[in-house]
Design a protein around this ligand. Structure first.
Ligand SMILES: Cc1ncc(COP(=O)(O)O)c(C=O)c1O
Length: 327
C-alpha cells in the first residue's frame, strides 16, 4: 500500500493470539497500537475531521479545539499537521510529559488549565475554558469526542468491518470504555450484521459510566467522571469493572510471557477476560481490543516505584504471579 496521508495507513488489521492465556478457549488481541499516532484514536480523529469537512464546517480561518490529554490529542495533532489545520488541545497538569512533548512536536497548541472544578478534578474546568473561548472566537470549532456521533461512527465504519472481515465473528468480544465510541460503534456494526458475538464492556473501578460511584483512577485511557453523551446501555452487552491493580498485573505478566508491551486499557480488558473465564464455553474464540502499546506507560505501569506508590507493596508483590490458565 502506498498511502497519500499518514492517517490512511492502518495497522489495525493485526490480530495476535495469546497461546495458553486461558486453557479452555483461544484468546486474541487486536493490536490498535500499530496504527499511525500509536493508537485506535486515529480512526475517530480522522472521522471527526472528515465529517466536519463534509459538513462545510472547516473554512480557511477555522481553528479546531478539543479537550484531551491523551491518545486523541496525539491523533488529532497528527492529522491536523498533515492537513494544515491549526489545532488547540486543552489539557490539565495531570497530562503525561511524553504526550505533551509528542503533541507539541507535531505543532499543535497546548493549553494547560490548572483551575480545579467543583469535584476536585479538571474536566469541567477544561470544558468551561473551551466554552469561554467559543463565545469569544467564532472561528473555533469544538470537535467534542464525548458527544460527536462521528466518534462511534468511525468504529462502525472501520473497526467493526476489520474484525468481521479479517478475523470473523468472535464468540466473545471485550471492549474498553472511555468515551464509549469504540463500544457503541462496534455494537452497531455487529448488530447490523447479526454477528452472534457476546460483547463485554470493560471499565475501570471509579469510573461512573456504568453507574458506579466515582473514585480515584491513575491510569489514563478508560473511565469517565461524567457519563459520555454517546453512551447508551440498551441491555445487549455485559458490563464489568476492573481494579487498576489488576490492570497493572495483567500488563506486566503479558509483557514477560508474550514479549508484548501493552498499554493500560489492554491490561484492563485482558483482566476482564480472565474474570469471565468460567463463563466462556470451551473452544470459544475470544477477542480483546488493545487500544495502544505500552511505551507511554514505562514510567507508570511498568515502573516498580510508581506501582508501590499508587497501589502499595502488596500489589507490587502480586506482580510476580504469572498469567496462569484458569482452572
Ligand atoms: C488507551 C485507550 N484506552 C481506551 C480507549 C477507549 O476508547 P473509547 O474512547 O472509544 O471508549 C482509548 C481510545 O480510543 C484509548 O486510547
Amino acid at each position: 500500500m502506498i498511502a497519500e496521508r499518514i492517517s490512511d495507513i492502518t495497522g489495525g488489521l493485526s490480530f495476535l493470539e495469546l497461546p495458553g492465556f486461558q486453557s479452555s478457549f483461544d484468546t486474541y488481541v487486536k493490536l490498535e497500537g500499530l496504527n499511525p499516532a500509536g493508537s485506535i484514536k486515529v480512526k475517530p480523529a480522522r472521522e471527526l475531521i472528515d465529517s466536519a469537512e463534509a459538513a462545510g464546517r472547516i473554512g480557511p480561518d477555522t481553528r479546531l479545539i478539543e479537550s484531551t490529554s491523551g491518545n486523541l490529542g496525539i491523533a488529532l495533532a497528527t492529522i491536523c499537521a498533515a492537513r494544515g489545520y491549526p489545532l488547540t488541545l486543552v489539557t490539565d497538569p495531570n497530562a503525561n510529559a511524553r504526550t505533551v512533548k509528542y503533541i507539541r512536536a507535531l505543532g499543535a497548541d497546548l493549553v494547560v488549565v490548572d483551575r480545579r472544578d467543583g469535584s476536585g478534578g479538571f474536566l469541567r474546568s477544561r470544558i468551561e475554558y473551551i466554552l469561554e473561548r467559543l463565545m469569544e472566537d467564532p472561528r473555533l470549532l469544538w470537535l467534542n469526542q464525548y458527544s460527536n456521533p462521528a466518534n462511534s461512527a468511525a468504529h462502525a465504519k472501520h473497526t467493526g468491518p476489520e474484525i468481521l472481515d479479517e478475523f470473523g465473528a468472535p464468540d466473545w468480544l471485550f471492549v474498553g470504555t472511555g468515551t464509549s465510541g469504540t463500544l457503541m460503534g462496534l455494537l452497531a456494526h455487529l448488530r447490523a450484521r447479526q454477528a452472534p458475538t457476546a460483547v463485554v464492556a470493560v471499565d475501570t473501578k471509579g469510573s461512573i459510566t456504568f453507574g458506579g460511584p466515582p473514585g480515584r483512577r491513575f491510569i489514563p485511557g478508560l473511565g469517565a467522571s461524567r457519563r459520555p453523551e454517546i453512551y447508551r446501555d440498551d441491555g445487549s452487552f455485559d458490563k464489568v469493572l476492573i481494579d487498576e491493580a489488576d490492570t497493572v498485573r495483567l500488563c506486566r505478566a503479558v509483557a514477560r510471557r508474550y514479549g508484548l508491551l501493552l498499554g493500560g486499557s489492554s491490561g484492563t480488558v485482558l483482566a476482564a477476560v480472565e474474570r469471565y473465564a468460567g463463563r466462556i464455553a470451551s473452544g470459544s474464540r475470544v477477542l480483546a481490543i488493545s487500544p495502544d502499546m505500552g511505551d507511554g506507560y514505562l514510567d507508570s505501569i511498568y515502573d516498580d516505584h510508581w506501582v508501590r506508590e499508587h497501589f502499595g507493596s502488596a500489589a507490587l508483590a502480586a506482580l510476580d504471579r504469572p498469567v496462569t490458565a484458569a482452572v
